[in-house]
Design a protein around this ligand. Structure first.
Ligand code: ADP
Ligand code: TRP
Length: 321
């Protein structure tokens, strides 16, 4: 089965990205035909600093590779190294009703926040559909926030197939309800844009500072506490197995638990969990040429798969004559 997902290279990496998407993707490479890419075209909708985008792209590649993505077992590339996706985007635009895009929450939210929308932001879901359909992806693991974008991709695929026959695989979203939304320091969705993240590769001091900022309720130490409404618990549980979660729950229900102690534990757990990956990441970033080489080879594999779909689509639409 072909599994595909992408991650934007903008900014640093947080626990929401890791548990919501990257970990799952990396695990897939053992069993499935994994396609994973860095969505740098998408990042342009929120980042115009070219230098920062280029550096972010290399960092995103180092992140994935350090966390265990194996370019031999998977297809791993940078979106803009496979320009076929832009041609497909244009073709799919002609099968995308305006209303479908106008209904997209992430677009509407950004407009509501006062961002002046441009065509890139509006057409973002069409590019995402092209990412998915170009590679005939069966399943797409994403966080809950991307669910609607997947529905758009499915709608476009179905509309196109209705006209031309079964050209595209209609992709299935995969949203793991358990980690569907990793909460941030303040209980809202962990997100770069809310500034409520716990970052993976931050360095010890800054990491501790972030963890200590987790918002807690004012329940006194001597009273039992509610784990389910506690932001520390909801984040800490991601690192624990079933028994670990149960043990932590019991500690919450027993009077005497100090939030400060649990924060300290969560800080140490996060630091220790990511320490070996941090080292690997630094090694990779110290050799950007080596990184580029890996990405180049990945793009070659991806282009091979892309050209098969594009050949069909060009033929159907009368672009090859
Ligand atoms: P951000 O909201 O910080 O800008 P991105 O939009 O770059 O994060 O997300 C990259 C990937 O990580 C997406 O697949 C997204 O669904 C997933 N993701 C991001 N934040 C979370 C979260 N808090 N919980 C679960 N998954 C998340
Ligand atoms: N829009 C996704 C995000 O911000 C990233 C992305 C781009 C993507 N293209 C994709 C995810 C295709 C899955 C499949 O998280």
């Amino acid at each position: 089965m072909r599994i595909l997902s992408g991650i934007q290279p903008s900014g640093s990496l947080h626990l929401g990205n890791f548990f919501g998407m990257m970990k799952k993707m990396i695990d897939y490479q053992e069993q499935e035909d994994l396609f994973c890419f860095i969505a740098n075209y998408h990042a342009m909708t929120s980042l115009s600093d070219g230098k920062a985008l280029a550096q972010g792209t290399l960092e995103a590649a180092a992140n994935f590779l350090a966390l265990g993505l194996d370019p031999e077992k998977s297809t791993f590339w940078v979106q803009s190294d496979v320009p076929e996706v832009q041609e497909l985007t244009w073709i799919l635009s002609n099968f995308t009703p305006m209303g479908l895009l106008e209904r997209c929450h992430s677009y509407k939210d950004k407009v509501a926040q006062g961002i002046k929308p441009n065509h890139g932001l509006f057409a973002y879901p069409v590019l995402m559909a092209a990412d998915i359909l170009l590679f005939q992806s069966d399943r797409v693991p994403v966080g809950k926030d991307q669910k609607q974008h997947l529905e758009v991709a499915r709608d476009i695929a179905i509309k196109y197939n209705n006209e031309y026959g079964d050209v595209f695989t209609v992709p299935e979203p995969e949203i793991d309800e358990d980690v569907a939304t990793v909460p941030g320091l303040d209980g809202r969705k962990m997100s770069k844009s809310y500034g409520n993240t716990i970052d993976l590769f931050l360095g010890e001091k800054a990491l501790r500072k972030q963890v200590m900022r987790i918002v807690t309720d004012p329940t006194p130490v001597e009273e039992p506490k509610d784990p389910d409404s506690c932001n520390i618990f909801q984040i800490y549980r991601l690192f624990l197995d079933r028994q670990g979660v149960e043990d932590l729950r019991q500690r919450y229900l027993t009077p005497g638990l100090r939030y400060g102690d649990v924060k300290q534990e969560l800080f140490e757990t996060t630091r220790d969990f990511f320490a070996p990956y941090t080292e690997k990441r630094n090694e990779l970033l110290a050799d950007p040429q080596g990184l580029r080489k890996i990405l180049e080879q990945g793009a070659e594999k991806a282009r091979h798969a892309a050209s098969k779909t594009l050949r069909k689509v060009r033929k159907k639409g009368g672009l090859s004559y």
